[in-house]
Design a protein around this ligand. Sequence first.
Ligand SMILES: *Cc1c(COP(=O)(O)O)cnc(C)c1O
Length: 452
Amino acid sequence: MAIRTIIEPFRIKSIEAIRGTTREERQRLIEAAGYNLFLVPAEAILIDLLTDSGTSAMSTEQWAAMMRGDESYAGSSSFDRFRASVQGIFGFRHVIPTHQGRAAERILFTVMCKKGDVVPNNTHFDTTRANCEYAGAEALDLPIPEAKEPARVLPFKGNMDTARLAETIARVGAKRIPLVMLTVTNNSGGGQPVSMANIRAVKEICGWHGIPLYIDACRFAENAWFIKTREAGYAEKAPRAIAQEMFSLADGCTMSAKKDGLANIGGFLCTNDDALARQEKDLLILTEGFPTYGGLAGRDLEAIAVGLNEALEEEYLKYRIASTAFLGNHIASEGVPIMQPPGGHAIYLDARAFLPHIPPEQFPGVALAVELYLEGGIRSVEIGRLMFGEHATMDLVRLAIPRRVYTQSHIEYVVEVILDVWRRRGKIRGYEVTQQAPFLRHFTARLRPLAG
Ligand SMILES: *Cc1c(COP(=O)(O)O)cnc(C)c1O
């Protein structure tokens, strides 16, 4: 009989100790932090699921490549290796390194957008939306309608609504749409994938009107894996070939190497348009640096060059997606309400359904995140009323899984903690804000529990 257990496809060579705390210590720490997990020192966290961005563990091959880093200001050989690696997967003519994904976004929108323009996307990530709006354009989200139903299970819930895209182009006119974007996977929509058929359909509509298509490529490898395992005709294809096909349908991309680049910092912007590339490189020099390093050290370029290829290895992707799905499916089978189906990089708990006795104005997402910390030292992030104020349509708690960092027993521990909190959910109380900033309040707000 074939062995079915999926294992971590690596062994551990260097370890970082994580510290357990007592419940009393955690009670003291969270109170001192105003019940805001951003304000708890990382040392007092046992399992940190705040984000999957820049938190990956690097491989021996990445560390070895970093020693080769060529720190020359211009013409660095590290840039040549970085560009070759990016072009081998993404295939675009111009590769422009940046210090993070948002720097690539700022340059792209500054060059392509003007006031009054509209940029459709399946769902803009928050930095993408902010950079688009800063350039004077409207950031328009066009997810398929099912994306807004947390319990609905669909293989490609990250798809764009192509009918609404066509309607939008007819309504505002192609002249006011400088580009269309697709975010793979759809981070703000629960880490849900986009199908090849949807990318192709969006490209076709764009093609009729001469509108370029850009891919927000942060989780391109995870998206390729979902296409391989869920879309007809791709089961026998390698993730690398699937990724190449995805990008062959686009005119450029933005990328945060802190996600599927398996690096701790970095990003890039790609385009096939020579004239745009020239303007983008001019802007790059203004704020990021010379086009052969773009705000990164030579060693960072080396780490990304290796990481992009490692992210496409089948054994790695199989383990990664299985690990996230294990967490989601296990708690869901015990009745815990999650955003379905489990995404690639994170599980989202539906806090309104988890704590129906706490009204949205009493921050059910904060209450749940605080309990997960008190119960087991787990850090998650509220995505709901505290983050978005009255505009929040859902109260979610995101458990983002860093890449290659936690093992199966860590994930089993997280499952156990969530189930313990689930069993005593009726006793959890709501919160009120005692102090807040006028914008992006979730980072620094202080709260207190309401009397029971
Ligand atoms: C993280 C992210 C970005 C921004 O990248 P940074 O490296 O954090 O600046 C853009 N889009 C998506 C979908 C992301 O997940």
